[in-house]
Design a binder for this molecule. Structure first.
Ligand SMILES: [Mn+2]
Length: 277
């Protein structure tokens, strides 16, 4: 919607029925070229996965490897990111001697066991970045042999990188090679709904996601809703709660909205679900 001079590459193992057609219709509407790469995910199955994440967290390694033959830099973007403005400044940014540009990760920096964990994984850099959005110098990626080194680290000791696997490994490998970006290039959705006016990329990291019915914040959902409205997913319903924790999110959402009748109903449903399980 906001960037004309880009080429979108999607790395995916499989589409749900009809999703590919919706994607193609959407990029055609905005005249943006699209290339789809189908990934055989079986090779990644042996690597560790946190919680209900998927092996797709490792596709970013593959993306860099595949695209280095086609371009000199690539902006990796998670699938849970909304773009709100031009990325021209980012694409043209001079990274100097650095190999990657990214935004510090607030959850890692707040972790009280951070120093000990950093020591354990061998991370000694001048910060820890969020790997959901990364501007990559693909020549340096190749020179530093990142894909192979990352795979080897994960293969050698799958239990070691418990905080965020792929992200931990990239932080170890890129230590002191990171150009630190302003937060507007990876602004996390947050309960306080505080967004800098110039926010370019909103990252719906963590849980819940704005496509869930129980998403707690109407305000931080609106950028997502606006993009959805422009896409070919407008008829897609919000996903209803299924797990007990999600029932709890529903009650929390209604407490925030001041609807205590619905809050009570979802509290009762939550407790009933918990007892049942
Ligand atoms: Mn993400």
């Amino acid at each position: 919607m906001h960037n004309e001079n880009i080429h979108i590459y999607v790395f995916i193992d499989e589409f749900n029925p009809g999703e590919k057609e919706r994607l193609i219709s959407t990029v055609e509407k905005f005249s943006v070229p699209l290339t789809i790469y189908y990934v055989d995910a079986s090779g990644f199955k042996k690597f560790p996965i946190r919680g209900d994440w998927s092996v797709a967290v490792y596709f970013r390694f593959l993306a860099a490897d595949v695209l280095m033959a086609r371009c000199s830099r690539m902006l990796y973007v998670d699938a849970d990111v909304i773009c709100q403005g031009s990325l021209d400044d980012l694409f043209q940014m001079d990274l100097g001697e650095k190999a990657i540009a990214a935004v510090p990760d607030p959850t890692y920096l707040q972790n009280k066991d951070r120093d000990e964990y950093s020591r354990r994984i061998g991370h000694s850099g001048d910060g820890y970045f969020n790997a959901g959005i990364m501007l990559l110098d693909l020549q340096k990626w190749q020179d530093m042999n990142i894909t192979e080194n990352a795979m080897k680290m994960l293969d050698d000791d799958p239990e070691k990188y418990v905080h965020a696997q792929d992200q931990d490994v990239l932080n170890v490998l890129f230590a002191n090679k990171v150009y630190w970006l302003p937060v507007k290039y990876n602004t996390r959705n947050n309960p306080a709904d505080t967004y800098p006016a110039d926010t370019a990329l909103i990252h719906y990291s963590g849980s819940p996601k704005p496509w869930k019915e129980f998403y707690y914040s109407a305000a931080s959902c609106s950028p997502f809703a606006e993009v959805k409205e422009q896409s070919f997913w407008t008829d897609e319903q919000m996903q209803p709660p299924v797990k007990p924790i999600e029932y709890r999110f529903m009650s929390r959402k209604y407490a925030r909205l001041g609807n205590y009748g619905k809050w009570l109903i979802w509290q009762i449903k939550y407790i009933a679900q918990k007892i049942k399980n």
